[in-house]
Design a protein around this ligand. Structure first.
Ligand code: GLU
Ligand code: MG
Length: 637
């Protein structure tokens, strides 16, 4: 979740009192940046990945796996031994929401050469090794998206009881505040989201109805009025930010060569988000139950939904300014490039004053409405020491609003006075069990950006259709059963323009036949007469590139994984986890995941991640042999 401001957080009341101040100065800060770097060109293509990890402890005697609440100390040691000692250290570590979480990135961004695709996995391995070496006995660094028994009794080490009392951060019946990162930013976010909303957050995930699952499946919460009202039959009920932001993901950030290239990539990749999310599905279990969804997205969305009842449309507007249709964590609401304009068919709530101000300052309609839309939100935290800032040289107020708009894509202006360029962040992916898989997904997405830019591809469809795809993508086995709107002719060339010159060709109204419903298999692998397929396009691009043999071999293995996940020849992590639980001798076909089942699943995940066992149904038979039995040694990076 980014870097941390130091200091003392203000109370919610005080933060709210400063909301307009933060927005006003946030916009001034944005304008300073924009005017300083809007014409910057020829920044080089750079990119980097972010992997989020959980710390898991195994109690082999009692067959129990728990989340270890030591992320803060681990982070301190990693930074002390790493980036603070050596500016060229190959890894960087950052805090995450859970006290049992940590985030790792490469020490330096990757550049534009093909051979760098061959260093991604080595770097991820380095991260895993580096952090693992600092853990206690029987502890492991796991790349799992959601911890199956998150919020169940005794899920943390040390154990804490939830404390649903006034004054607590979450007031959760299940998730103790001690499991939240100790830096005040995180508990303050938690508390202020709840205060702003006026009640606890509500997450209801449909339960997977197995043979012996009670029907209807009903949990009662007699002691908690809010929970009794909010929980729905046939759903797994959760009531805290930790159930969402306590999940892990895999992200990629790109630096574009100019602002218009960044806007173009932002739009194109937005259409890819649901597709890659479904391909990366890895989170079928919540609060000790088997759910009927495969992805975390909607859970996090609900877990940080700070909208009031008025804003959600449940009461007439009285104290608030707007109806707001989505949570702060959700899919994007508008395209940013000129060719995207005609596909902007979602009602966009925006701060009109800010929108007008941005137009007056010479910012175009599309960018102005994007920023004015982000700025309908209130700041959720504010640090006393960070209220009065130098707007020409600082950007904390802008970042305050920007960094708590957690959307599928993020458009990132350069920090003030830096040599960093305009960037976009790709945020929908779930984290995979192994460094091999995580590298495969990252390389797949980065290669997609290369072909999008080189071939001027155009994936755009009406944004409302992308939203429909997001809903489908989270369903169980969406990768096999889901149908997704996708553009049929992506090679129009002339339609996609990188430098914002001229208007998109064709009529103003997008014709319905520009897109059709396709399976992920057709989108990724192609289908004759219907769609060429993303991987065939990548392959033809690769054929025209100079790539050394070893790198080519790695890339082919990565693409093979994606291809086979898309066709169903290999399972997604979510499907694999479901089968593991279904086949567990203790499983009673009642959708319940016991401590012991949780333990065996995580143990297996950890063995797979550390290559102590094969898992052909997930990874394929030969991938590791091809890649690791040859001359390959650890790269010097
Ligand atoms: N863990 C969050 C997710 O799974 C993302 C947090 C972040 O923005 O770094 O999407
Ligand atoms: Mg993160």
């Amino acid at each position: 979740m980014g870097l941390l401001s130091q200091g003392s957080p203000l109370s919610w009341e005080e933060t709210q009192r400063h909301a307009d101040h933060v927005r006003r100065h946030g916009i001034l800060q944005f304008l300073h940046i924009y005017h300083a770097v809007k014409d910057r060109h020829k920044d080089v293509l750079k990119w980097g990945d972010e992997v989020e990890y959980m710390l898991v402890s195994f109690d082999h005697e009692n067959k129990k796996a728990q989340l270890v609440l030591s992320g803060e100390e681990l982070l301190e040691t990693l930074q002390e031994k790493g980036e603070r000692t050596n500016p060229n250290h190959p890894t960087l570590w950052r805090p995450e929401y859970g006290s049992y979480m940590i985030e790792g990135t490469p020490g330096q961004p990757y550049g534009g050469t093909m051979s760098e695709f061959n260093t991604v996995e080595d770097n991820m391995r380095k991260r895993r090794k580096e952090a693992t070496s600092l853990l206690g006995g029987n502890q492991a660094l796991c790349t799992i998206t959601s911890f199956p028994r998150l919020g169940c009794s005794g899920f943390t080490l040390p154990e804490f009881k939830p404390n649903p009392v006034e004054g607590g951060a979450s007031k959760s019946l299940f998730f103790p505040d001690e499991a939240i990162n100790k830096h005040p930013r995180f508990s303050t976010l938690t508390r202020n989201i709840r205060h702003r909303r006026g009640e606890k957050v509500v997450i209801n995930v449909p339960i997977f109805k197995d043979k012996n699952t009670p029907s209807p499946f009903i949990e009662t919460f007699p002691e908690d009025d809010e929970a009794a009202k909010a929980s729905k039959p046939d759903h797994i009920y959760m009531d805290a930010m930790g159930f969402g932001m306590g999940n892990c993901c895999l992200q990629v950030t790109f630096q574009a060569c100019s602002i218009s290239e960044a806007r173009y990539l932002y739009d194109q990749l937005a259409t890819i988000c649901p597709i890659v999310m479904a391909l990366s599905a890895a989170s079928p279990f919540y609060r000790g139950y088997v759910s009927d969804i495969d992805c975390r997205w909607g859970v996090i969305s609900a877990s940080v939904d700070d909208r009031t009842r008025e804003e959600r449309g449940l009461e007439p507007l009285k104290n608030n300014h707007y109806r707001i249709s989505k949570s702060r964590y959700d899919s994007i609401d508008s395209y940013l490039s000129e060719c995207g304009e005609k596909y902007n068919d979602i009602d966009l709530t925006k701060d009109k004053g800010i929108y007008e101000q941005l137009l007056q300052e010479g910012i175009d309609h599309l960018l102005a409405q994007h920023v004015a839309h982000l700025f309908i939100r209130d700041p959720l935290t504010l640090f006393e020491e960070k209220i009065h800032l130098d707007d020409a040289n600082e950007s904390d107020h802008f970042e305050n609003i920007q960094s708590t708009n957690w959307q599928t894509m993020r458009f990132k202006p350069p920090p003030p006075n830096s040599d960093i360029g305009w960037r976009v962040e790709f945020r929908p992916m779930e984290v995979q069990l192994t460094d091999f898989e995580n590298s495969a997904y990252v390389v797949f997405v980065v290669l997609l950006t290369r072909v999008i830019l080189s071939y001027k591809l155009d994936f755009l469809i009406p944004l409302s259709k992308v939203d429909e795809n997001m809903k489908v993508a989270q369903k169980r086995d969406a990768v096999l059963r889901g149908l997704f709107y996708f553009r049929k002719d992506i090679c129009k060339g002339g339609n996609a323009m990188v430098d914002g010159r001229g208007k998109a060709t064709g009529s103003a109204e997008p014709a319905a036949e520009e897109y059709s419903l396709m399976t992920i298999d057709a989108i990724v692998n192609g289908k004759e007469g219907v769609f060429p397929g993303l991987i065939p396009i990548l392959n033809s691009y690769l054929e025209n590139m100079e790539v050394d043999v070893d790198t080519r071999c790695s890339i082919l293995n990565y693409l093979k994984l994606i291809k086979k996940r898309a066709s169903g020849e290999l399972m997604t992590v979510a499907r694999w986890m479901r089968e593991f639980i279904a086949n567990h001798p203790d499983y009673k076909q009642d959708s319940v995941i016991t401590d012991e089942m949780n333990y065996s699943l995580l143990l297996k995940c950890n063995q797979i991640a550390n290559e102590l066992c094969e898992c052909p149904e997930l990874l394929g038979p030969a991938f590791r042999k091809v890649k690791y039995s040859g001359s390959k040694t650890d790269s010097p990076n």
